[in-house]
Design a protein around this ligand. Structure first.
Ligand code: ADP
Ligand code: ZN
Length: 676
């Protein structure tokens, strides 16, 4: 081969659609899947070889072809991984390069560029206890055995299984049995959870059963730890079980045997800020199909999508209708805050009746969880003199008041400034906070229960992982009496002494302008209901609301037969042509110049029209129509689920991509398939 130039086609972790070609230096060899360092706009970049050729690409002068700079010594990317990236890119209308970037973030890229051997070995885990002391797997109850059999039946028919089981029914034990089987068969297991924050208990349980076979991978694992996980999977053929959040679907599994998606309905599975705007659950379904692996999705409140797939026989359903430890569903009580306010029965954000109940609960040596969907002290600050609401100078939203550091801050762009009482609009010293977020609730509770320990669990108090873990441990071990928090406190945790869960303003859950808001509110309330009274005794859930007649509350109080319910939910979606009966795509256009937003929108509308897309709403402005100085407009497209769907999506993507290129550097166009 002497004298012959060799050329490699390289995939880079960028939005770039094309593969770039580079020349290999004399004597170097490379093959598809191996890592390369190449020059890109004057900087070294990391890429993957996707093809090797003896010919230079036609129509390109040889001098314009860059030369490979290095071949980092990291185990290459397999054909299955590349195929998966392509599959995700095709479905979510983005480039394989963008999926590559999601699979391998900047930190990891740097680590691979410096590679060689990992500097940090995966932390040694305690070996599993051996059989005599404590059997690693629990003996299943009759109900669990039946559900396990139903699940295996589904697998035997090569179908994904929806495990529909109430909170505390012991779904985890079923996952563990299935995982052990897969590992015994020499195949890897992917165990997805929506957020890692609350899954410490799960992690400990998995560690006790699987010991060294367990790897953990999520957004808070450090880069060296992540690198160690990837390296272990690539180099070491021992079958592993990986516990992780959505991005774990991109790990280099050799031979995936089982995927578990716990709390499959959870919104946190969806990535919506950057491409690929994928749903971890749906990506796991694709991954399992690619590996011919089994997959089980579990939930106490399945998504409409999962129920639809059961109805259309794409999924098989397995049921666990009862709690493992028995016990009744929590008693749900609704407090009409509109009425309580009229009668003067409110003390700050809490009704006096509720405060009395809380007091009794604490006296009985029990704990309380207080949920509020807004963090900060006050979500809004208003001038009493001129009536002006203080807004972010860069976004079309009010600033939130954070008392602990005395700032006004924007939860959209991060802008913040010191809080003073002076109104930025009229200059009067008359600013007043309106409404109550978690921080204010914490303060009110400190006043009401001065002798009790009260803590707050939200994005402001859990910035560090250790603070977060400590707070969960303190609550679990009874050192905190009342825990106030946002959505973060609703996730899969088992607190033994928790007897009362309180939702302060349920109305904020119903007010979301989204066709999924009722479903979401119901899921959240059910999840909160599952939090209290887990050990046989009856827990309580108190919901404060101005709308005691809201249909979601009706559904919670008077649960009908689930099957009827599922049909009812689906019927509504069908009647209004919402997913899963259609495929939805949201296109978002952002620009600092409002005029250009509407120009680009006109072009997108023309493109959609020319493709015969009939059901397109927009351009419309979203509820928050300016963020970080950019104006925002959106289109909502519904495509029928038929054989031409994939082609229509592809054609639409190509048209939008062309517009995107024309306005590059000015206008951002984002495509979101199956927006959450
Ligand atoms: P889910 O995941 O459905 O909410 P879990 O798997 O957390 O439920 O189970 C609820 C509780 O019941 C846990 O404390 C668990 O340890 C216990 N449990 C479940 N199944 C068994 C079993 N077969 N033997 C002993 N304890 C079990
Ligand atoms: Zn802002």
């Amino acid at each position: 081969m002497a004298g012959e130039k060799r050329y490699v086609e390289v995939l880079l972790p960028l939005k770039l659609k094309e593969r770039l070609t580079y020349r290999l230096p004399e004597g170097w060899t490379a093959e598809a899947g191996c890592w390369v360092q190449v020059p890109l706009r004057g900087h070294p970049a990391l890429g993957i070889v996707t093809g090797v050729s003896d010919h230079a690409p036609v129509g390109k002068p040889l001098s314009a072809i860059g030369e490979v700079e290095a071949l980092p010594d990291a185990p290459g990317v397999g054909a299955a991984e590349l195929a998966f990236w392509q599959m995700v890119a095709d479905y979510y209308l983005c480039t394989p390069g963008e999926v590559f970037r999601a699979a391998c973030n900047v930190g990891l890229q740097r680590q691979i560029l410096q590679a060689g051997k990992p500097r940090h070995k995966a932390r040694k885990k305690k070996a599993a206890k051996n059989g005599e002391a404590e059997p690693p797997l629990k003996t299943l109850s009759e109900a669990q055995r039946q559900a396990l059999d139903q699940t295996r039946d589904g697998f035997a028919r090569h179908k994904p299984v929806l495990l529909f089981g109430v909170t505390g029914s012991g779904k985890t034990e079923i996952y563990l049995h299935l995982a052990a089987e897969s590992l015994r068969a020499g195949r890897d297991v992917l165990f997805l959870v929506p957020e890692i924050a609350m899954s410490k208990q799960l992690q400990q349980r998995l560690e006790a059963v699987f010991g060294d076979a367990l790897l953990v991978f999520h957004s808070r694992t450090t880069v060296p730890q992540r690198y160690a996980v990837i390296d272990t999977l690539r180099r070491d053929p021992t079958p592993r079980i990986v516990l992780g959040t959505r991005s774990a679907v991109f790990l280099p599994f050799r031979n995936l045997g089982l995927a578990v998606v716990d709390e499959e309905h959870d919104r946190s599975y969806k990535q919506d800020d950057t491409a690929p705007r994928y749903n971890g659950r749906d990506a796991a379904l694709m991954l399992a199909a690619l590996h011919k692996a089994d997959i089980v999705l579990g939930s106490a409140t399945p998504s409409c999508e999962a129920l639809y797939n059961v109805e259309t026989h794409k999924f098989v359903r397995a049921d666990l209708p009862e709690r493992y430890h028995g016990g009744k569903d929590p008693r749900v009580e609704i407090i009409d805050t509109a009425q309580a306010r009229r009668l003067g029965n409110m003390q700050g954000s809490f009704s006096r009746k509720l405060l009395k109940e809380m007091d009794a609960t604490l006296r009985a040596g029990r704990q309380i969880l207080v949920f509020r969907s807004r963090r900060a002290y006050a979500p809004v600050v208003q001038c009493e003199a001129c009536g002006e609401v203080v807004r972010c100078p860069h976004c079309h939203v009010p600033l939130s008041y954070h008392k602990f550091n005395s700032t006004l801050s924007c939860h959209y762009c991060g802008y913040h400034r010191p809080f003073t009482l002076r109104c930025p609009s009229c200059g009067e010293t008359a600013l007043m906070e309106r409404g109550a977020g978690t921080e204010k609730l914490e303060e009110e509770l400190r006043d009401a229960f001065p002798d009790r320990t009260i803590a707050r669990f939200d994005a402001d108090t859990t910035e560090s992982k250790t603070a977060e873990e400590k707070m969960i441990r303190d609550f679990a071990e009874g050192r905190i009496d009342i825990l106030v928090g946002t959505q973060m406190i609703t996730k899969g945790f088992d607190f033994e002494r928790l007897a009362l869960t309180v939702i302060v303003r349920a109305d904020s859950l119903f007010a979301v302008p989204d066709f999924r808001s009722d479903e979401r509110a119901f899921q959240l309330l059910t999840q909160l209901m599952g939090r209290s009274g887990r050990r046989g005794e009856q827990g309580r859930l108190v919901i404060q609301t101005d709308q005691p007649e809201h249909p979601v509350l009706g559904r919670l109080l008077h649960p009908t037969q689930e099957s009827v319910d599922a049909a009812g939910l689906l019927a509504e979606r069908k009647a209004f042509r919402y997913p899963p009966f259609v495929r939805m795509i949201c296109i978002t256009v952002k620009d600092r110049y409002e005029g250009r937003v509407w120009n680009v929108c006109r072009l997108i509308k023309e493109a959609a029209d020319s493709l015969g897309i009939a059901d397109i709403a927009g351009p419309v402005t979203p509820p928050v129509d300016r963020v970080a100085d950019e104006h925002i407009a959106q289109f909502w497209i519904k495509l029928p689920r038929n054989r031409s769907l994939a082609d229509t999506k592809k054609a639409l993507y190509e048209r939008i991509d062309r517009i995107d290129r024309d306005f590059k550097g000015h206008t951002t166009i984002q495509i979101d398939v199956d927006p959450a």
